[in-house]
Design a protein around this ligand. Structure first.
Ligand code: ADP
Ligand code: MG
Length: 254
């Protein structure tokens, strides 16, 4: 069974004066442990699609299911990570990483130990009692990821997670994040503007049309299935071919 399934989904935003059809006839299935990247122009409905999977929004028509169950409101099974890391500057790294658990009233001794292990495993071991302002952008993003992983979601939604980082950092954080998510066998849907980032990280890249967003095409990326890391993927000759094909599709609408 598909981990995540969107069937004939459309979404209409109603405002006081207006209606905006943000998504139309979206059909997408994401398998367990798959990494799907979504690319498309600004305003084409990428964030809307993630909000539907997270249960923050309900589709106007069609259905969204996780493991065959209809998504109704937010659930523990889904973790949502945004572009900004939203760390609280007055909380230590450990307390930031524990925030999701605290909100769910699950800050048990066992949970704290697990989060400490994750901080250790992902290069933040000495920083538990530091404050976010002492960390690099890449480290902060890792703390945000650990906070999201701490509540043990099966499905992770990443909305332009690296766009606040500079190019160099984006490459290395992308490499680490993929390693972590593969180790933990997560299913991932990531939205990005950045075609190379999508091709280097994902099993499949979904290209969307401008608003109302529909799925224009889906590209299966062979390098990911072969287990290459994002940096390794960028080195193989097919990388440019995928890039070229997707770039053309995105710019056909411009
Ligand atoms: P993307 O993430 O691809 O940039 P969004 O999903 O944020 O696009 O938005 C898709 C479209 O829906 C945009 O045209 C946006 O202006 C519109 N939109 C998003 N949120 C709302 C809202 N709360 N009310 C009305 N329109 C919205
Ligand atoms: Mg967006």
């Amino acid at each position: 069974m598909a981990r995540v399934e969107l069937k004939d989904v459309s979404l209409n935003y109603h405002t006081e004066t207006d209606e905006v059809l943000a998504l139309r006839d979206v059909n997408l299935t994401v398998e367990d442990q798959e990494f799907v990247a979504i690319v498309g122009q600004s305003g084409c409905g990428k964030s809307t699609l993630l909000s539907l999977v997270s249960g923050l929004l309900s589709p106007t028509t069609g259905s969204v299911t996780i493991d065959g169950e209809k998504v109704e409101g937010t659930s523990k099974r889904v973790g949502y990570m945004l572009q900004q890391d939203y760390l609280f500057e007055w909380r230590t790294i450990l307390d930031n990483a524990l925030l999701g658990l605290e909100i769910r009233k699950e800050r048990t001794r066992q949970a704290v130990a697990e989060v400490k292990d994750m901080l250790q495993a992902y290069g933040l071991g000495g920083f538990e009692h530091y404050y976010p302002s002492h960390l690099s952008g890449g480290m902060r993003q890792r703390v945000a990821l650990i906070r999201t992983l701490a509540t043990k979601p099966d499905v992770l939604l990443l909305d332009e997670p690296f766009s606040a980082l500079d190019y160099q950092n984006r490459l290395s954080v992308g490499e680490e994040v993929v390693k972590i998510l593969r180790e933990r066998k997560k299913t991932v849907i990531m939205v990005t503007h950045d075609i190379p980032e999508a091709v280097s990280m994902a099993n499949r890249v979904v290209v969307m049309t401008p608003r109302p967003g529909t799925i224009r095409s889906i590209h299966a990326i062979s390098m990911c299935d072969e287990g290459l890391t994002p940096l390794q993927t960028r080195e193989v000759p097919q990388f440019r071919e995928y890039f070229g094909a997707i770039w053309k599709e995105l710019n056909a609408d411009a």
